[in-house]
Structures are given as structure tokens and as C-alpha cells.
Design a protein. Sequence first.
Length: 385
Amino acid sequence: MDAPHFIWQDPDWPAMRYDGAVVGAEVALARRAQGVVEGKLSALGFDQRRTLAAEAWSQEAVATAAIEGERLDLLAVRSSVARRLGVASQPGPSVPRHIDGLLDIMDDAVNLAAAPLSHERLHAWQAALFPTGYSGMSKIRVGAYREHTEPMQIVSGRIGHEKVHYEAPPSSMVAAEMESMLDWFNHDGNGDSLVRAALAHLWFETVHPFEDGNGRVGRVIIDLVLARDSGETSRLMRISQGLLAKREDYYIELERAQSGGLDVTAWVVWFVTQVRAACEQAALIIDEAMAKGRFWRTHGDKELSPRQRKVLNVLLDAGPGGFEGGMSTKKYESLTGTSRASASRDLSELEDWGLLLRAGNGRSTRYYPNIPGWDLRAEAAGRSA
């Protein structure tokens, strides 16, 4: 087994430092992106905002679990989130207790963001992730910090070929280290909130206080800080989804910060950059929601059949270019269970009424939503060429 890359050195955490000018420049970009999101969000109605929040929350839950290698049923997660937010949704599969537990702690972080972060609250969060007291086939300590005497090591790789990335502080030090972190978190109000989220996550992950669940709890701490900072807007900032997309970089940057002394400039800049990217993605999602809203307002007078409305919703939900290959007669048949003749007639009607644009001819004919700015006509022409 490789030697540990970094072993806990008991740093003076409150003395963490970073280059204010370098970090400040990235924070300014992130704040600008956040302001765009807030501005666009204000143009949406309550139901639209709630629907977007429900989908973002569902995707975040799936992503934070996926970072740890756990696959959640997205339909089950959506069903539970819809019930919590009062969003109309089709009934989904039953939700396992550990999924509800994850959603509970994410909800707690946002709805009770102003409440102090305490040992008891962290214990409750971790316990909610493991309602049976087991992680997989292994019994673990839940609702309390770790107590085992062997070193807590962060490893990757198959058995016999593990790589040790980091060795956390011994269990005997965890309570004291967490007391220091919570004292800083609850009483030191200095610095930008985005920077505080970066520092809090790094500090928590470095102490690694629990036997399991540290990654998910650590990312919920991020949710809490962002909710304190931006309230409702934070629901749309899919931080975990972005971290999942860059999981390797995420681990590398954490490892570098844990092994690089008290100067954490590189980590803070990298983290704030991910927040900015999340805001930019949220702005695009809001744009799509606004485009869909305009689409239905424009065509509200059309007497659509249930199957036509279903297919249009599928295309609109996929977003610009999201429904690969466009809508064909064969796909329409499959989605609606109708005959080829009916599918062809339905699609022709939608084109004649101006709801769809057609590209290609014969068997290559494809249909796309008629929404300015989605540029699907050019895309369709390119695919059929």
C-alpha cells in the first residue's frame, strides 16, 4: 500500500489564510453570476420557482450520493421532494429510509439555515443517513463522532492496491477539533459567505469526524452557508452536481489543500469557481423555464390532444438540443402508443399550428419546438445533412 500522502499535523485552523486579491476577483465573478440568477428568478411566478427548486433539489440529492459511489433512484427522490414542496408530481417508487434521511438533512440546512450549527445537529444529520446503523454490510457508529483507535484513512483503489490520500486526526482529537470548528463557524462572521463555505467544507472534511457520511454531511454544510447567504436562490445552485462532474478534480483540490499548510488560496479559488459555474448553469435553466412559459402562453389557445401535449412537454423538458435527434414519427408512436398514421397527423398539425419546426424529409424528418433562441432549426438541418 502506498504511504499516506498527508497525515494530520494539527494546524491552527482559524489562521487559515488566502490571497485576498486573487480570491476577491473570483468572488466578484461569482457574485455577478449570482445576481443574474436572482434577477431572472424574480421574473418567474411562484409555481415556476417551486418546480425549478424541486428538480434542483432532486438532482442535488442524487449527485451528492453519487460522489460517494451510491446510486439513488431519481424518480423516488423526485417523488419525495415533490411531496415536501407541494409540487404536483406523478406517484413514484416508495422512498427508502436512507433517501428520506438525506432529504431531511438537506431540508434542515436550508429551512433552518439561521440556526446555529452544533455537535447535536451534525450528529443528527449523520444518523439520518444510516437509519439501520449499517453502511452497506458494516455496522458503524451513528449519531456520534468516531471512536475507533486505528487511523482514519481516506483511500481509493481496489483491495490490495489502495492509495491512501489522507490520514485524518486520531479519534481522541475529533471532539476538540470539531469544537474549534463550530466556534469559528458560529461566531466568526468575517469574510464573504462563499469563502466561508469553502473554508467550512475543507475544515470539516479534514477533521473527518464520522465513521461514514462525512462527504454528504460536509456538502450539506455548504448548502447551509449558501442558504444563509442567498435564501431561495441557493436551492437552484446545484453545487454537488457540479462537484460530481468534476469529482476527480474535487478530490485532488481537497487533498492539495489538506497537504499544503495554512495557505488555502488555491482551494478557495477553485471552490468559488464551482459556485460561479453553478450560478451560470442555474441561469440557463431559468432561461429555459421562461422560454417554456412563453411557449405555452403563445399557444394557449390551441386545442391539443393529451398525447400532443405529452410529447410537447417531453421536448420542452429536454431543453435546447436535449432530445437527441429530435422528434420523429416513430418516437411519437413509442411515447404515446398511437398508430403511425395518427402520429404523422398529430405532428403535421403541431407544425401547421406553429408549435413545432420540421427539418429534413422522408424518413429523416424530425420536429423541434418552435422557440426563438434555441437554434434548433440549424441544429436539425446539420443532423439531417
